[in-house]
Design a protein around this ligand. Structure first.
Ligand code: HAM
Length: 414
């Protein structure tokens, strides 16, 4: 009987060790920077009560999620993002902690989407949430932090920043449903759809102003289009902090953000060398805690699409650890184990050959995976020595154990 070769589920990926090491290296860069800004890691469950995600966004979002009923009849969802879970955790566990809280996460999310390059059903986000700070300085902090992370990741990117108050002022007389529709067209950057929707609703007069505002790239001009708005000073202060900080960005009042919880500043980052799925970060200011039983807690944050950052970086071969392979005869076994233990103690990746074949056969396998071969036979075992072969140069030496370890640790990474 020929069994079918089983495959991974659609929209998911496997990662071999080289790729995993590259991912961990980049994740380490992100973690390191977040840590120096005072952000500390948090972790929430992979699945939550479905209501956590529908309470703000409505039932429509169920189409885009992995939703299931457990054996106890509870409706659960695999998390499509982490802002709602993290704020739920804040309300459950963190309300009494001194604010603001600076938290970060590196975790996987699940969305039932049509898979393509850069868009997966299981994907990873690296995100930060700055909880309980309500100021332009807090908003500037998360934008500048994001800028620092992307600069350190070595990709070309552009930052687009908007503020929902600008567009809100244009749409304030529309019904909530019309406002939502307009935001959806703006989010999709579908100008044609927006124009025909507004004219079908007899709102053509608005169309010109809305598209002019969405296309405006100058703050003073944007504020002229909107007329006086209560958030004016706050917006001016945010952009003046950003200008002082020297980061480069583009004003974009057309940013609407897909998720429904944003209240003020919104921002997105795009990688320059990606195709259609080039948005590598989404974030902004939001209010969620009050929906989960807490007090109103203004917060801001962002999530980076980690997998897209990896695609943008391209194939990079990470520095590989130096590897030592141990070939040994049956009489040498116990000394081989002791030698391997000493090399590992010194931090060297050391693999014992497990085949039990001849030294020659062991060496030809080791030559494919290692930088050094450690050969242990009867002689080495009796004299407590190591025959060490540098597999790149072919040079072979007989050394005592400390010198053999020094030979490998002094050779540097590959
Ligand atoms: P989001 O824009 O929905 O925001 O997702 C953030 C990033 O995750 C996106 O910019 C994109 O790079 C990546 N992403 C989204 N869907 C996929 C997918 N199917 N495959 C690969 N990457 C994807 C949020 O999730 C908010 N929670 C961000 C936030 C944090 N706002 C405030 N704090």
């Amino acid at each position: 009987m020929i069994l079918r070769m089983l495959q991974k589920p659609r929209g998911t990926r496997d990662f071999l060790p080289d790729e995993m090491e590259h991912r961990r290296e980049v994740e380490g860069i992100m973690r390191g920077i977040a840590r120096t800004w005072g952000y500390r890691e948090v972790c929430t469950p992979e699945f939550e009560e479905l209501e956590l995600f529908t309470i703000r966004s409505g039932e429509g979002i169920v189409q885009e999620m992995y939703v299931f009923e457990d054996k106890g009849g509870r409706m659960l969802a695999l998390r499509p993002e982490l802002t709602a879970p993290v704020l739920r955790m804040y309300v459950n566990e963190g309300r009494t902690l001194p604010k603001p809280l600076r938290w970060y996460y590196a975790a996987d999310c699940f969305r039932y989407e049509r898979p393509q390059r850069g868009r997966y059903r299981q994907f990873w986000q690296f995100g930060v949430e700055l909880i309980g700070a309500d100021s332009p300085l807090a908003e500037a902090e998360v934008i500048i932090l994001a800028n620092e992370i992307f600069s350190a990741c070595g990709i070309s990117f552009s930052i687009h920043i908007g503020h929902l108050a600008l567009m809100r002022s244009m749409l304030q007389n529309l019904s909530p449903e019309d406002q939502k529709k307009v935001r959806m067209y703006l989010d999709k950057k579908d100008e044609e759809g927006l124009t025909s929707y507004l004219s079908s609703q007899r709102l053509s007069i608005l169309c010109e102003k809305v598209t002019a505002l969405a296309g405006c790239r100058d703050l003073r001009e944007a504020l002229e289009i909107t007329g006086d708005i209560p958030e004016r000073e706050r917006i001016l202060e945010l952009f003046s902090i950003l200008d002082q900080s020297g980061i480069s960005y583009t004003l974009n009042p057309g940013i609407a953000r897909g998720l429904d919880y944003y209240t003020g500043m919104v921002f997105e980052i795009f990688a320059e060398n990606l195709g259609a799925e080039n948005q590598v970060l989404g974030g902004g200011t939001y209010q969620l805690a009050h929906l989960f039983g807490g007090e109103e807690t203004p917060s801001c944050g962002f999530a980076i699409g980690f997998d897209r950052v990896m695609v943008a970086r391209g194939e990079k071969i990470p520095l590989r650890d130096c590897v030592a392979g141990v070939a040994f005869t049956p009489e040498g076994r116990d000394w081989a184990l002791a030698v391997a233990r000493e090399f590992r103690r010194a931090g060297v990746r050391t693999e014992l050959d497990l085949s039990g074949k001849s030294i020659g056969q062991q060496l030809s396998r080791i030559a494919r995976i290692a930088d050094f071969a450690l050969i242990i036979g009867k002689r080495e075992s009796e004299r407590q020595l190591v025959t060490i072969k540098d597999l790149r140069s072919g040079i072979q030496k007989e050394l005592d154990l400390p010198d053999a370890v020094g030979e490998v640790t002094g050779s540097g990474p590959r």
